[in-house]
Design a protein around this ligand. Structure first.
Ligand code: MN
Length: 299
């Protein structure tokens, strides 16, 4: 299946592709931006983030390891069908399921945030529902449908609530939602920490709260919607939202919460056509590098 649904990318993450027999980490692009309702263009993120990653140093300040010593295997990009959601979802779900089944620890690069839905579907069908989803996002994305589309990027969390128990979802860095979405989050017992919560509790307090929630699950999957960062740091996203988190806050929280149960993650919603001096692609590449380092030292 992997051969059927994957295309090699002309650029490799960090410029190398690790031997899959020697590294459990995989880079997988998902260049699908059909469901974006505002600034489309995240289909260009996988190739752009790979290119920018080649200019970054690979040593992790927090984890004190060098990703150069365990470079991820670059699987390429999933072949998507622009405008065709169900075909694309099937391809993403197949590839995701197969990677998790093979014991890979994939880092997916989106694409719209909606790609997390088939990724997580493939994950839970293969490994089971006993999975905590830790999601960094400015938005609650709890609408049942948006502009007539149940698979809009504004409905990500609602669809994920149908794949896993809503109580296994934690959203961090939230600051944009409708009154109905907020009521739904409370009703469905989806846990969320707003930017105000993060500032009041501090990085340590929020990390502790997330750890407590995650403690009852066998596995953790992390999804980073790049719009969780303040637009000052991440201007090139599909739906920018002011009053966001800083890169240090996000990386500090991630460093505290990552443990051996993390089976994979995604970084989505980067929109290179709207970026400023590639700042957002560089931040996304850095976030991927850091997460790989944190997972590596906790295994
Ligand atoms: Mn978002």
């Amino acid at each position: 299946m992997r051969e059927l649904y994957l295309n090699k990318s002309p650029y490799l993450f960090l410029g190398v592709s690790g031997d899959p027999l020697k590294t459990p980490y995989s880079i997988v692009g998902v260049p699908f931006d059909t469901t974006s309702s505002f600034r489309s263009g995240s289909r260009f993120a996988p190739i752009h983030i790979r290119l920018i990653s080649q200019s970054l140093e690979t040593y992790s300040l927090r984890a004190d390891v060098d990703v150069e010593d365990f470079p991820p295997h670059d699987e390429g990009d999933i072949i998507v069908s622009p405008g065709e959601i169900s075909w694309t979802f099937r391809a993403v779900e197949e590839v995701s399921g197969e990677l998790f089944n093979d014991g890979r620890r994939p880092a997916f690069i989106g694409g719209d945030h909606i790609v997390s839905v088939p990724i997580v579907t493939g994950l839970v069908k293969t490994l089971g529902r006993d999975t905590c989803l830790i999601i960094f996002d400015a938005h609650l994305d709890l609408r049942d449908s948006y502009l007539g589309n149940k698979f809009s990027h504004a409905c990500v969390m609602k669809r994920l609530c149908e794949v896993v128990d809503p109580r296994s979802i934690v959203i961090v860095g939230v600051r944009a939602f409708s009154k109905n979405e907020l009521n739904d989050a409370r009703k469905m017992k989806v846990k969320y920490y707003t930017t105000l919560n993060v500032r009041r509790l501090g990085v340590r307090g929020v990390a502790k709260a997330i750890e407590d929630i995650a403690s009852s699950f066998s596995r953790i999957y992390i999804s980073i919607d790049t719009d969780v960062f303040d637009p000052a740091y991440a201007p090139g996203v599909q739906t920018p939202e002011p009053d966001g988190l800083t890169p240090s806050e996000v990386l500090d929280i991630l460093y505290k919460i990552v443990d051996s149960r993390v089976v994979g993650f995604d970084v989505v919603e980067v929109c290179p056509p709207y970026d400023v001096n590639d700042a957002t692609s560089a931040l996304a590449a850095k976030t991927i590098l850091e997460l790989l380092s944190y997972i590596h030292v906790r295994h």
